[in-house]
Ligand binder design. Structure first.
Ligand SMILES: [Zn+2]
Length: 416
């Protein structure tokens, strides 16, 4: 969740704890609600961001101490206030932050330092204008209606929880839909991830033996989706074109990404501490191996959780329109397995494709017959993967559960 929403929600929640329209509840709620995200100040590079963001400051174990520190700071301003009351405001706001992060897909480390396991419910997209708008209106109402502010805040907190519960129900529905259209395979790791601007739009992902499947779909009553959607080229086109890319489930195109064959060099990158950090963060990692004639290789790791379409924020690529591909990590090894260099692939405004050239040019990967998708002008969101040499298998469209079984056969045949 974005930091502003955390501040607004924290402020609304702490207002429910205060009988009087006290400034301290609002201010401490906002400050403590935003506080956990200050951890990015202590992550000098992207790898340490992946390792440590949503760690210590988002931990239930460390929470009481952070709440105390913030309450002591609050005491410098509100000198007559009781410390336990200030601590309670801060604790409630920090806990609200942790829980609001939990409902997103990023992964929150609740139990640092005991465990670095990341928890995520995948209910709400990381930027949710409905949630932010609701929290802002509720905070405004609670501030304006001083006497009834507590009741407004209590009703508002309930409303915020109801919205999240609604998203949870949609998540459950989307998961059932994804299981049906992708076809059940035991041992597959599956998830449906919320998408921008609608609780009905989802990205289904399943990690199977040998391949990873992905599909964008809309389970809402107004699902549209067009067979050959045109990617936006201007910011002004993003919102209007969005619904084109999320068809109803029966028309969803399942993209199949082949995992690379196990190799010595792939195993060598996996053992690197920085790649392990990456893999601890990634939930649907896919490696693309680009082997060179001299025996060296460039291995690029991508988390399909962030597959474009449509995750914002946006980067303008001067050559290829708009795109977004965060967290691509590339390691280059020589034939002996020694690391030549390793870095996040730049996704700057100068264009990732030009940054990738010349060492990661298309390497004869099979083309996909899938409809146009993706944030760039490439034919589909997997184009960017193919441009690095990822093997994209023919996509499948499963019309009905019955057809799903049939496609399952086709799929197996294709593989054999
Ligand atoms: Zn956070």
């Amino acid at each position: 969740m974005d930091t502003i929403t955390h501040g607004l929600a924290g402020s609304v929640l702490t207002r429910t704890l205060s009988a009087r329209p006290a400034r301290r509840a609002f201010l401490l709620g906002a400050m403590a609600g935003m506080f956990p995200d200050c951890d990015f100040l202590f992550t000098p590079d992207r790898l340490s961001y992946l390792r440590n963001h949503r760690g210590w400051t988002h931990s239930f174990i460390a929470m009481p101490f952070f709440a105390l520190a913030l309450a002591l700071i609050g005491r410098l301003v509100f000198r007559r206030a009781r410390l336990p009351a200030l601590w309670l405001f801060c604790a409630v706001a920090i806990v609200s932050h942790i829980l609001l992060d939990w409902v997103t897909s990023f992964g929150t480390m609740f139990f640092v330092p005991i465990s670095r396991t990341r928890y995520s419910l995948d209910w709400v997209f990381i930027l949710d204008p409905v949630l932010t708008g609701l929290a802002a209106v509720l905070l405004g109402a609670a501030l304006a209606w001083r006497k009834g502010g507590r009741k407004v805040a209590a009703a508002g907190s309930l409303l915020l929880c109801s919205y999240i519960a609604f998203c949870a129900v949609q998540h459950r529905r989307a998961l059932a839909v994804w299981r049906r259209i992708d076809g059940p395979i035991s041992g597959a790791r599956i998830a449906v991830l919320p998408q921008f601007l609608s609780p009905f739009r989802w990205l289904g992902l399943s990690d199977r033996a040998g391949e990873v499947h992905a599909a964008f779909f809309d389970i809402g009553p107004f699902a549209r989706g067009v067979p050959d959607p045109r990617p936006p080229e201007r910011f002004s086109e993003i919102l209007s074109s969005l619904s084109d890319f999320y068809p109803p489930p029966q028309r969803a195109v399942i993209l199949r990404f082949a995992k690379p064959a196990e190799s010595r060099l792939l195993a060598a990158t996996r053992a690197l501490p920085d790649v392990q950090t990456y893999l601890a963060f990634a939930r649907f990692p896919l490696a693309t191996v680009d082997s060179q004639p001299d025996g060296s290789a460039a291995i690029t790791w991508e988390d399909l959780r962030f597959l474009p379409w449509f995750s914002g924020p946006w980067q303008r690529d001067q050559k290829n329109g708009l795109r977004r591909e965060p967290f691509l990590y590339r390691v280059r090894l020589d034939a002996a397995g020694r690391v030549l260099d390793r870095t996040f692939v730049p996704t700057s405004r100068f264009g990732r494709r030009s940054a990738l050239a010349p060492d990661l040019r298309p390497s004869g990967a099979p083309t996909s017959g899938s409809a146009g998708r993706g944030l760039d002008r490439s034919p589909d969101p997997a184009q960017t993967l193919r441009s690095r040499g990822a093997r994209l298998l023919p996509p499948v469209t499963r019309e009905t559960p019955r057809a799903a079984t049939e496609s399952g056969t086709t799929l197996a045949q294709t593989r054999s």
